[in-house]
Design a protein around this ligand. Structure first.
Ligand SMILES: [Zn+2]
Ligand SMILES: [Zn+2]
Ligand SMILES: [Zn+2]
Ligand SMILES: [Zn+2]
Ligand SMILES: [Zn+2]
Length: 304
């Protein structure tokens, strides 16, 4: 005696026509769409969380939407580091934000010297000295808590534009720099006699988290000057300042912090990226407090 099939939809025995789908048998009228409840007529359907649904219903009601054009995302689509989902074709249509890497569709683009800025970065941008001041005081406290002493030197912050920043940077620093240390070196007989540092200059309009990381990097340079540590090779000096920013970004424990920390870790630059990785290897071996103490007393990188 053949076993009578049971409908997975209603639980009753099936005496007439039935269909086989998703490893079960069904009354045709009970094989229904999980979205609209109507029978799925035809052989093709979408499965969503184990339940069948019409392609149309899936497309219109279930599928995620593209963050940029709002179209339902079915089939292949892209997700950026921030979790933003979007149609594949936008990758080649829109530029990336200069600060966070997000794609920026035309209607949201804001052109700046460094490239395009996205609305997310604009929403936290530090544009004025008033906005920067409380953040800066908090950064000074953070650096102090890392064991970096500035011998009560008053440190100023100046928000500036590209032209002014280029002036502070001089010739030998990469043009994509977002901050600079404001210092004057006094020369005697062609040799540097002493360096006086007034503070740090940071490009205005950076999103808040990036502003903080750039400022911390520059505060690293200021500390080296204040401590008279002037003979480090460039990779070691930049690597140390990057490490300071990296520590700051990591402890923020925010998506922005993680994004910028990862950018430092993966930076292919032979000075900044390689320098960071070499300095971090030393710090991993000595521990940060001992690293700082040793740098301060010997004026050179600890050997491990
Ligand atoms: Zn049934
Ligand atoms: Zn449906
Ligand atoms: Zn799209
Ligand atoms: Zn952005
Ligand atoms: Zn630097």
């Amino acid at each position: 005696m053949a076993i009578q099939p049971t409908c997975k939809g209603c639980g009753q025995l099936i005496w007439g026509d039935y269909l086989n789908a998703l490893g079960a048998t069904w009354h045709p009228e009970h094989f229904t769409c999980a979205v609209c409840g109507r029978p799925i007529n035809g052989t093709s359907f979408q499965v969503h969380q184990g339940d069948p649904c019409h392609f149309e219903c899936f497309r219109e009601r279930i599928a995620p939407r593209c963050a940029y054009c709002g179209k339902p995302l079915v089939g292949e689509y892209l997700v950026d580091q921030w979790g933003t989902r979007y149609c594949k074709e936008h990758q080649s249509q829109y530029p990336h934000c200069a600060y966070c890497g997000r794609l920026v569709p035309p209607q949201q683009q804001e052109q700046r010297n460094d490239g395009v800025r996205c609305p997310v970065c604009r929403s936290t941008a530090i544009e004025t000295a008033e906005a920067a001041k409380p953040v800066f005081s908090q950064l000074i406290r953070w650096v102090g808590a890392q064991g970096l002493r500035y011998n009560n030197l008053p440190i100023n912050l100046e928000l500036c534009d590209r032209t002014k920043l280029a002036h502070y940077l001089g010739e030998h620093t990469p043009m994509h720099s977002l901050g600079a240390t404001m210092s004057t070196t006094y020369m005697q007989a062609g040799r540097p006699l002493r360096t006086e540092v007034r503070g740090v200059a940071v490009l205005h309009g950076l999103p808040s988290t990036l502003f903080q990381g750039v400022t911390i990097h520059e505060l690293g340079h200021v500390w080296l000057v204040v401590q008279g540590i002037s003979n480090l090779p460039t990779w070691a000096e930049e690597g140390f300042c990057e490490l300071l920013s990296y520590r700051y970004y990591s402890q923020l424990d925010t998506p922005e912090g993680r994004y910028h920390a990862t950018a430092i870790e993966r930076n292919p630059d032979p000075v900044y990226g390689e320098g960071f990785r070499r300095v971090r290897a030393i710090v991993d071996a000595t521990g940060f407090p001992r690293f700082i103490e040793s740098l301060q007393t010997t004026k050179r990188l600890p050997t491990v």
